[in-house]
Design a protein around this ligand. Structure first.
Ligand code: NAD
Length: 261
């Protein structure tokens, strides 16, 4: 499979799953636009490395996905730079854990903005460009928490359920066109975000690393294994392949059986 000639914009892609998807798509020949809210030398260096390693083109576009105008500008700037936009991956996301009564309002607002509203803005900006190009793939990174809930994650669970709803609406609005919109719903993936929680949890429960991973982090993941960044990248690539032309408006769980429980 080749994505040569295609252009992909991936929100929140200077680390973790977003970067992994960018690596996979670049590896298949797509030109990619990386993004985060920072504007550091290392962010731009990341795009240079990706282009060099995969023999493609890559740019880094600083844009804060908590701000609607910047979400739209990310899409517009990518399309202007490369002259087209074919693939949009809505991946940027943050988490905060607290009971509803104590949940800080500013954290609620930030999670809804970054994890959900950003996808509305980028999709609105991307659809006219995809229609003009005659082809489009929108891949939303939701979560097992887009299909099921956990206590203390009210904003995250609400945003991810919203993301699944937005996915269905975008799919229906483009159903007769060569554009699809789907959501990937990962269980736990061992990204730097999750890795950072392990030492604290080891201290809190007095457990070793293996026990924390198995008994605490992967408690609800029946396979007792993390999904990998590479697997999520592979599924994003599959959704961009011809085999997935008739897959639209649905969710693909990558959760080791979590949502089968
Ligand atoms: P991560 O922290 O490595 O990646 C999050 C990305 O979002 C980073 O690149 C970060 O810079 C970016 N980001 C954060 N705030 C932003 C903002 N305001 N504007 C632009 N970019 C911003 O974490 P990850 O685990 O790779 O998460 C990526 C996505 O996958 C998230 O949407 C997350 O909810 C989802 N997800 C992760 C897991 C998991 O177990 N790691 C499971 C299910 C879903």
């Amino acid at each position: 499979m080749s994505l040569a000639g295609k252009v992909a914009a991936i929100t929140g892609s200077n680390s973790g799953i977003g970067l992994g998807i960018a690596e996979t798509l670049a590896g298949l020949g797509a030109k990619v636009a990386l993004n985060s809210f920072t504007d550091r030398e290392e962010d731009h260096a990341l795009a240079e490395r990706l282009a060099r390693e995969h023999g493609t083109e890559a740019i880094y576009v600083q844009a804060d996905m908590s701000k609607g105008e910047e979400c739209r500008a990310f899409v517009t700037r990518t399309a202007e730079h490369f002259g087209r936009l074919d693939i949009l991956v809505n991946n940027a996301g943050i988490q905060h854990v607290a009971g509803i009564e104590e949940f800080p309002v500013e954290k609620w607002d930030a999670i809804i903005a970054i994890n959900l509203s950003s996808a509305f803005h980028t999709t609105a900006a991307a659809l006219p460009v995809m229609r003009k190009g005659g082809w489009g793939r929108i891949v939303n990174i939701a979560s097992a928490h887009g299909l099921t809930a956990s206590p203390f994650k009210s904003a995250y669970v609400s945003a991810k359920h919203g993301m699944v709803g937005l996915t269905k609406v975008a799919a229906l609005e483009t159903a007769e066109e060569p554009i699809t919109c789907n959501a990937i719903c990962p269980g736990y993936v061992l990204t730097p975000l999750v890795e950072a929680q392990i030492p604290d949890t080891m201290r809190k429960y007095g457990m070793d690393r293996e026990t924390v991973i198995r008994e605490v982090i992967l408690e609800r993941q029946p396979s007792k294994q993390f999904a990998t960044i590479e697997q999520i990248g592979g599924i994003a690539a599959f959704l961009c392949s011809a085999a997935a032309d008739q897959i639209t408006g649905t969710t693909l769980s990558v959760d080791g059986g979590w949502t089968a429980l």
